[in-house]
Design a protein. Structure first.
Length: 76
């Protein structure tokens, strides 16, 4: 159940933060150069939240750090 909660929270954070990062690309239409836009994106909180959510999401989906053998020994 905890893994499902982590999956849903990280997926939600990923969707929200990547959506905001895509919206920041509209600064290009205001006349800013690509380097200024990407420099701004790399310094926002949403960028770091997207990286963190991606790490948690990959660890939950790929079973990194979850050992199933301990649960089997305790229940037998």
């Amino acid at each position: 159940m905890f893994r499902l909660f982590l999956f849903l929270m990280s997926y939600g954070l990923m969707i929200l933060s990547v959506g905001n990062l895509i919206l920041y690309l509209n600064y290009r239409t205001l006349g800013y150069s690509w380097s200024v836009v990407f420099k701004f994106i790399f310094h926002t909180t949403e960028f770091y939240m997207a990286i963190g959510a991606c790490i948690v999401l990959c660890s939950v989906v790929l079973d990194v750090g979850f050992d199933r053998t301990d649960n089997v020994k305790d229940k037998v």
